[in-house]
Design a protein around this ligand. Structure first.
Ligand code: SF4
Length: 347
């Protein structure tokens, strides 16, 4: 397949140029893209495309897809999809039902190099980056699995991988996800989450308009460096400066995520320190009580500790939500994606 063109990775302009180079009218590109991003999986389904063009497409290009390996539904309604890639690797995406729509949590890499201590993906290390088409295909596959039940209208890059470690492919995938000729998502409903690769935070905002979430998890460098090795390279002061340089659209806020770990980062003094750290920010804080996993040495905080932590931040006028990570019973919650489909197949 190496000489064939992966059509889902072409922008509209690239596709039009390709058509012209094949001696075809540029509008054919728009017709084909319409089919591709509606989820067509074969050229023969493209009924308004002439035989000659379909034949050319078949000969010179292909429609990439993901193979569904497993699908598990949590008691809380969320679903985890395990997808096989063409080289045999496995990634996971999580579908989260909200009141009137779905949010899809996407992976950006196979594994992850960042090694956050509270995360199973981090423990397995990085295998490779996902291509733009592998990112886009998670959305298309989930759409076809959901059918017409409800729209998938929100995307969050909080699955396997650190999205900014795969910057070029991420930006290309986002370009297609947001384009009216592509998947046509509103930028207000697409969020990229990072552990804080400081130089790439403003770079992301200048490359494409999306929401930013930063996974903080500790209010000082000593503790953060213990939990997240990335902090040794990019300490909190650099991350905060990078967030201030992020070109935030009007009326938008940066989301700061904070996984609460019992006895580690969940005390009132941590909450006060966090509030000082974020002073002056247009910030929203999401507190995520940790979901215990037998492979990880952390405990879930008590409900009282979570509420006390939230209260302190609310008193300091931060919008602070407690977000229950969904799908813990199917290893689909934050930090539980391991891409090991064997682990998830029921006996
Ligand atoms: Fe990687 Fe995110 Fe896990 Fe950290 S929390 S190891 S960045 S997947």
């Amino acid at each position: 397949m190496s000489d064939l063109i992966n059509l889902k990775e072409l922008t509209q302009t690239d596709f039009e140029q390709l058509m012209v180079s094949w001696g075809q009218a540029p509008f054919r590109a728009r017709q084909v893209q319409k089919w591709l991003f509606k989820g067509a999986t074969e050229f023969n389904a493209m009924t308004d495309i002439g035989k000659e063009v379909r034949h050319l497409l078949q000969e010179k290009s292909y429609i990439s897809q993901l193979a569904l390996l497993a699908r598990r539904r949590s008691a809380d309604g969320s679903e985890k999809f395990s997808f096989g890639l063409s080289d045999g690797e496995v990634i996971e995406s999580v579908l989260i039902p909200e009141n009137d729509h779905y949010t899809l949590c996407l992976s950006s890499q196979v594994g992850c190099a960042q090694g956050c201590r509270f995360c199973l993906t981090g423990r397995r290390g990085l295998t490779r980056n996902l291509s733009p088409a592998e990112i886009i295909n998670q959305v298309l596959a989930a759409r076809s699995l959901v059918g017409k039940r409800q729209a998938i209208s929100n995307l969050v890059f909080m699955g396997m991988g650190e999205p900014l470690d795969n910057f070029a492919n991420l930006v290309k995938a986002l370009t297609i996800i947001l384009a009216p000729w592509g998947l046509n998502f509103s930028y207000r409903r697409v969020t990229v989450s990072t552990v804080g690769l400081a130089p790439l935070i403003p770079a992301l905002g200048h490359a494409i308009r999306v929401n930013l979430a930063v996974s903080l998890n500790a209010p000082n460098d000593a503790l953060r460096s213990q939990l997240m090795p990335v902090n040794r390279k990019y300490p909190l002061a650099q991350i905060i400066e990078a967030c201030r340089a992020f070109p935030l659209p009007p009326h938008r806020r940066i989301t700061f995520c904070y996984v609460l770990l019992q006895g580690i980062n969940d005390t009132p003094s941590h909450a006060r320190e966090l509030s000082r750290l974020l002073q002056g920010f247009r910030a929203k804080i999401n507190l995520i009580p940790f979901n215990p996993d037998s492979c990880l040495p952390f405990k879930r905080p008590t409900p009282e500790a979570v509420l006390a932590f939230q209260d302190i931040l609310i008193q300091k006028h931060y919008t602070t939500l407690i977000r229950e990570s969904r799908g813990a019973d199917i290893s689909a919650a934050c930090g539980q994606l391991a891409g090991e489909v064997q682990r998830d197949i029921p006996p």
